[in-house]
Design a protein around this ligand. Sequence first.
Ligand SMILES: [Zn+2]
Ligand SMILES: [Zn+2]
Length: 388
Amino acid sequence: MDLKKEIAALQPELIELRRDFHRHPEIGTREFRTAQVIEDYLKGLGLDVRRCLETGVIGVLKGGKPGKTLTLRSDIDALPVEEMTGLPFRSENPGVMHACGHDGHMSVMLIVAKILTAHRDEIPGTVVFLFQTNEEDAGAEDMIRAGALENPTPDAILGMHLWSYLPSGSIGIIPGPIMASSYYFKLTITGKGGHGGAPHTCINPIDCAVHVWEAFQAFHTLENNSLHPTTVTVGKFQAGQYNIVIPDTCVMEGSVRCLHNDDEKVRNRLREMIDGVCKTYRCTYELEFKCGNTLLDNDEKMAEMIRETGAEVLGKDNVITKEVGVMIGEDFAEFTRRVPGAFYFFGVADEKKGTNFEHHNARFNIDEDVLPDVVEMQVSLAKKYLGF
Ligand SMILES: [Zn+2]
Ligand SMILES: [Zn+2]
């Protein structure tokens, strides 16, 4: 196949799809229009298409020859952000925006499906196009429970994220941990409220909470192996209503993220520290941890295949293999816990084009000019894995 030529012919459609998705962003689990567009497109190609949960869509392309099964995954949800890009194709859904690039993921994957379908007879094996709902709120696990990895069960899975932390046209790939596990915590410390003028008759939970916060800082420097990236951040710290009233409770909420496998140890140690501080201050506490995402740990062979393919498609100078890992979570981890898989970043940052804003920023935009290269990467990976 003359892949570059085929992609060039589909470029207008690729951009049109991306802009259509961008114009109509929908929040996780409620991607009704989005899922319909995807379903209709895949059915139009003649694939075997089914819904998984209400808005997840799975299309199966059976090749003309026997072989392995590869799943390609795209997320489909948007965010509750009021778009401020001023783009002519900006969101028409107030307060909702594709501020993470999932509009790009979907359009790339549909074009990849179209190209591979045109070569159906040459394909040894099966390609599954998995359009996943609700990535921003860790929806992968729900889709897996609803059968996303069955009928057929893949031998491998690949995921990709357009990435404004890397320059346009480059990819970032490493074997092993690439995106952190994230656990969200809520700590409620209870003391004994009373008169601000008689603190000795009260137990002020704020004093205790401040020392818990200090213990978190000490954890960073004293408890944690600096070569095992771990972050503990407090995003919410609330207590009290009035200047002369000592409150009963103080609430702290935040996240604990690990780019390594010792996350349980980290949580246990934090619990011990909180317990010790609360005892010292005669407070009681309630601590809840909720799993956001588990560690996204790239399979070595699959990561090597991405690195190699990247060097062939984009040139080896455009393959970044250092400082690629991030403390951000990604629910693609739930797939790679069950199936050998890997996840890579495709850079979209170009300052001149204004595509270097942070993900989830109201001005976030992707560099559309790289999308044909992303398609080429994805098709090339499918070819390499299945062997045609
Ligand atoms: Zn996101
Ligand atoms: Zn995202």
